[in-house]
Design a protein around this ligand. Structure first.
Ligand code: NI
Length: 555
């Protein structure tokens, strides 16, 4: 058995390390995935005014920025029993959903694509043929002119001529696991560049209601402060315009590109590469009409798609058997006496990430969980998006539970959100038209209960996010977060159950152990966000079941 350490893995947001053990056939037999960065935002939150929780918790992550901001405010509202007006909830949803599509596009093109695309091979592409390739996956391919591809190719040549690939350096170029043709590589790289404009435009959209992004400022306990923006038709139109443009990019570039990858890596899908534990967790949410919402809640065990259990928050527990905590304090044990880093062992702690479990079991959350649960629970809105993708790519629903399938689920979800975002905007416009312009619920802070506990569960781009707040004397006594990456990048637990990342790695075969491209592919398909993942455990607050589910909570 040979051990390989890959460190760091993530391209942004935090520090992920993977240690794998491979046999003589280069097949992964065991994996240890570790969060190597300590954050401790909860410590900063202790003793603070609960009304400041959102602004501070927003700093947990620069990528998942508005989701922590919102979750913290919602948890405080839940604790105090404050209902925020429907318009403020729509504005929060608009910012959150715009972030979904921004995150997904950034993930696919800028954080993950180069695991599938060989930059150097694109230099051999014929621009004319590339334009033809574009038509294979879309009836209206994005920026698909012959001249455009000549231009992109020239840009790439300049990088190479200068002796440096710039942002494309350090790839495993020429690796045998790259399967795309020269033209397919060039097509996807051209969209890589276009996606940069996309991400800056969506930031502008979020800033319309958030004042700025990352780290918007406008969500407050009781509502939102972006009143003038909501009432200004020009601001609303600007938002709509950007989302329409974004939708064009998703439908004409992102979704077709994911179909292309899906076809090219079909063998990987059919052999189940990157499939994880088969347990999925989704808390649902994003209501846009009476009883109608974007995502359904539910739990899937062991890939049994026909028996979806309802989500029950009292079944969530956390443990730190294999994480660097002792009692409720950080307890780092990873250094050898000479100061070098230890490699993970089967009987030791090896990560800053805690191990959340549902009903004692490891759970995968994220776009794949949302798509599987919502589709199987009969959500009629998501159904056509899933059906169309599966039929175009000749796949079954179960095939999505793989590395490439996770990307497919993310793209399907983006197309779906891109379309239904307009329902949320219309609801807001309708309310304003009929003189419902409330954005804030008044309350007297001094008269609120001295002691209160609250929590907020929500679906955010990478999966299930939960914030828990414990207030005493109108100060935050304890604060806890379980972020999507905490679930997915979880280490093993006391029963030695692997986390989803680890489980997805076991069984894959490496073409060349000195260039573990296949490992990167599997891990990146979950869209790791390590800054989000690491949170201090608070054993005193471990009984998460104490918090009662509130149907009106902004989830
Ligand atoms: Ni994050």
């Amino acid at each position: 058995m040979k051990k390989i350490v890959i460190d760091p893995i993530t391209r942004i947001e935090g520090h992920l390390r993977a240690e794998i053990e491979i046999d003589e056939n280069n097949i992964v037999k065991e994996a240890y995935v570790s969060g190597q960065l300590f954050r401790g935002i909860e410590i900063i939150l202790k003793g603070r005014d609960p009304r400041d929780a959102g602004l501070l918790a927003g700093r947990i992550c620069g990528v998942c920025t508005n989701v922590h901001f919102r979750a913290a405010v919602s948890a405080v509202e839940d604790a105090y029993g404050i209902d925020n007006p429907v318009n403020s909830e729509i504005i929060r949803d608009l910012m959150a959903l715009a972030l979904f599509i921004q995150d997904h596009v950034i993930h696919f093109y800028h954080l993950h694509l180069l695991d599938f695309v060989d930059v150097t091979k694109a230099l051999e592409a014929d621009p004319k043929l590339t334009s033809k390739t574009g038509h294979k996956y879309s009836s209206r391919p994005y920026a698909n002119s012959h001249a455009h591809y000549i231009d992109v190719k020239e840009k790439l040549h300049k990088f190479v001529k200068a002796g440096k690939l710039g942002l494309f350096s350090n790839g495993y170029w020429g690796h045998k696991a790259y399967k795309l043709s020269a033209e397919e590589n060039l097509l996807l790289l051209s969209h890589y560049l276009e996606a940069m404009k996309f991400q800056s435009n969506i930031s502008r959209a979020i800033a319309i209601f958030g004042a700025k992004t990352p780290h918007p400022q406008t969500i407050v306990v009781g509502g939102v402060t972006s009143v003038a923006d909501m009432l200004n038709p020009q601001r609303l139109n600007d938002f709509i315009f950007i989302i329409k443009e974004a939708k064009e990019f998703i439908d004409r570039a992102y979704l077709p590109d994911v179909k292309l990858i899906t076809q090219a890596y079909r063998d990987d899908i059919k052999s189940g590469i990157g499939s994880s534990v088969g347990n999925f967790l989704c808390v649902g949410g994003y209501k846009f009409d009476k009883g109608d919402q974007l995502f359904e809640d539910g739990i899937i065990y062991g890939h049994n798609l026909n028996d979806i259990k309802p989500f029950d928050e009292s079944k969530i527990t956390e443990e730190v058997e294999r994480a660097w905590y002792k009692d409720d304090q950080p307890y780092y044990t990873d250094l050898n006496e000479d100061g070098t880093l230890k490699t993970a062992r089967s009987d030791d702690k090896y990560s800053w990430i805690k191990a959340p479990r549902y009903d004692g079991q490891t759970m995968e959350c994220g776009p794949l969980a949302r798509v599987l649960v919502s589709y199987q629970k009969g959500n009629k809105f998501i159904k056509p998006f899933v059906d169309e993708f599966l039929s175009d790519c000749d796949l079954e629903l179960m095939d999505l539970s793989t590395t490439v399938g996770r990307n497919a689920a993310r793209a399907i979800e983006s197309a779906y959100i891109g379309e239904y975002l307009f329902k949320f905007i219309n609801n807001l416009v309708e309310n304003i038209k009929y003189y419902d312009t409330d954005t804030w619920t008044k309350y007297q802070f001094e008269t609120l209960p001295k002691k209160a506990k609250g929590r907020a569960f929500s679906e955010v781009p990478r999966g299930v996010l939960s914030h828990f707040v414990n207030i005493e004397d109108q100060k935050i006594k304890n604060y806890q977060v379980i972020a999507p990456t905490t679930w997915n990048a979880s280490p093993k637990d006391g029963k030695d159950q692997r986390g989803p990342y680890e489980e997805a790695l076991v069984g894959i075969k490496l073409e060349d152990p000195s260039k573990p491209l296949e490992v990167l592919r599997v891990l990146h398909s979950f869209d790791p966000c390590l800054a989000c993942a690491v949170h201090v455990i608070d054993l005193k607050g471990k009984d998460l079941g104490e918090y009662k589910m509130n149907a009106d909570c902004s989830i």
